[in-house]
Design a protein around this ligand. Structure first.
Ligand SMILES: CC(C)(COP(=O)(O)OP(=O)(O)OC[C@H]1O[C@@H](n2cnc3c(N)ncnc32)[C@H](O)[C@@H]1OP(=O)(O)O)[C@@H](O)C(=O)NCCC(=O)NCCS
Length: 162
């Protein structure tokens, strides 16, 4: 399988924050942002593998600031690292106040997506390589995040038996 540049896995989506998506403070619900993050991570992973994927874990989510009604939310996602069948996807969410021209980073998240075959079993994925400095940082720090993830999964007493 050919290696793919991280840059070429990039997916971007823009959404408008509407009143039904917000709480009593007129800022977006965290769960709504999570759903957007999960969707773009799946799209990014599917584009990369050209097969079905499932979310194995949402490894971290940091809500750094809020987005309010009328803001444009831009989600950017990349495959930053791959294992055999798993992919780490990094998602960055930015809020844009289009009237005042203010752009704020609101959320960062790392997810693990797994490519699956027609029987729902893990299947190999193409590797990725970094080009830019940011991509290099994300790629090089991924094995450490993978180690933390594996430790957490190993300690999960409710892991279903297959
Ligand atoms: C993800 C899933 C396919 C893994 O199946 P499995 O039988 O555990 O497969 P394996 O043990 O061979 O692991 C396959 C890969 O998934 C990774 N993985 C498994 N469980 C994981 C977890 N909880 N978190 C992160 N990665 C995980 C493994 O590290 C492995 O990666 P690698 O191939 O790059 O080395 C399976 O657990 C599943 O289908 N889960 C449900 C997914 C789903 O429905 N998501 C939507 C939730 S609403």
């Amino acid at each position: 399988m050919d290696k793919i540049a991280i840059t070429d896995t990039k997916t971007v989506q823009t959404r408008l924050v509407l009143p039904p998506d917000t709480n009593h403070l007129d800022t977006i619900f965290g769960g709504k942002v999570l759903a957007y993050i999960d969707e773009i991570a799946a799209l990014t992973a599917m584009k990369h593998t050209q097969c079905a994927v499932v979310t194995a874990s949402i490894d971290s989510v940091d809500f750094l600031s809020s987005a309010k009604v009328g803001d444009a939310l831009t989600l950017e996602a990349y495959v930053t690292y791959t294992g055999t069948s798993s992919m780490e996807v990094y998602v960055k969410v930015t809020a844009h106040d289009l009237i005042k021209h203010i752009e704020t980073l609101t959320t960062e998240s790392f997810l693990t997506m797994v490519a699956v075959d027609e029987n729902g079993r893990p299947t190999p994925v193409p590797k990725v390589y970094p080009v830019t400095e940011t991509e290099k940082q994300l790629h090089e720090s991924a094995p450490l995040r993978k180690k933390h993830r594996e430790k957490r999964v190993a300690f999960n007493p409710k892991k279903p038996q297959t």
